[in-house]
Design a protein around this ligand. Sequence first.
Ligand code: FPP
Length: 258
Amino acid sequence: MLNKIKRWKNRSHSSDLQEKILEIKQQPLPSHIAIIMDGNGRWAKKRALPRIAGHHEGMKVVRKVTKLASNLNIKTLTLYAFSTENWKRPKMEVDYLLKLPEEFLGTFLPELVEENVQVKMIGYKENLPKHTLSAVEKAINDTKNNTGLILNFALNYGSRAEILEAIKHVLNDYKSGIMNETEISEEMFSKYLMTAGLTDPDLLIRTSGEIRLSNFMLWQLAYTEFWFTDVLWPDFSETHFLEAIAAFQNRQRRFGGV
Ligand code: FPP
């Protein structure tokens, strides 16, 4: 099985890319990479296509980046696929965006299982359509014993709401005597967030030239290195991904020290 995976990986990358991969692997890699996949609409507009065509193309990039992250032995890849603010979009686009996890997992789940990928999700499950949630839950369940890359979808996710909810839980636990105020620490608070159990991202990538966080992992990104590119998400390639990682490897992280 391992040999089969190796053959498949080698076949899927050009020798030039293989070389870059080997080079990147010489230095410490980010353990957790988070991506704000932006620019699908503009990509489509440039081609006089409907916006949903950009989202569909963006889904193909998700597959490519996941494969490469897995190949690089990255521990966690968090992808911002649908924010709590995205409900403001036209219904047709919202419906389409919420069908994509189903399409993606319907097609690629066997590949993810074979690649030893674990699927996870952060975000509010309550308002998601049944078909979206059941596709994601099936993937989570089918991959729960895998030990490789954690592919973490942020779906109906919003960071401020996540923080407020965590505060409410902390207050409840305080009131019911489960904890006292001396126990309140950054580490403890992190356990109340949807990302409990995951490390904070080391690298954040945002495509399409927008330089903002858009309510994404505000607590978790406190010491993360940011990498922005003008490339629109559907044009984002393996080479861009490696470029972002190489930039990360050239940063000096001091975490507030000297
Ligand atoms: C932002 O681009 C992108 C999104 C809101 C959706 C991102 C979703 C995908 C890339 C596909 C997800 C795939 C899976 C497997 C869940 P935009 O529409 O805001 O682009 P614009 O700023 O150019 O209009």
